[in-house]
Design a protein around this ligand. Sequence first.
Ligand SMILES: [Zn+2]
Length: 102
Amino acid sequence: MSEICPICSLPKEICRCQELAKTEQRIKVSVERRKWGREVTLIEGINSREISLSELVTKLKMRCACGGSAKEGVIVLQGDHRHNIKGILGDLGFPSDNIDIA
Ligand SMILES: [Zn+2]
């Protein structure tokens, strides 16, 4: 038995909800200075009900070669990734027009 999508009721393998949802996200990227001057990149605005943030953070960590986590709808990546995050999110299906970099 394959998993059924709760939104469209199709099996997850053929469901396109995540792909569609990705094109509708309004994403805000900012950089914050944490303890001891360490910088982190915050990615906010992704609807975690439609998009698996844990899956996304795994891909972002791989692409950025950094540590990171997803908590309460916000993805945190270690380091400043503002210069390449649009390209990476674009490759993952998020249109760069919908990404605001603070
Ligand atoms: Zn679906």
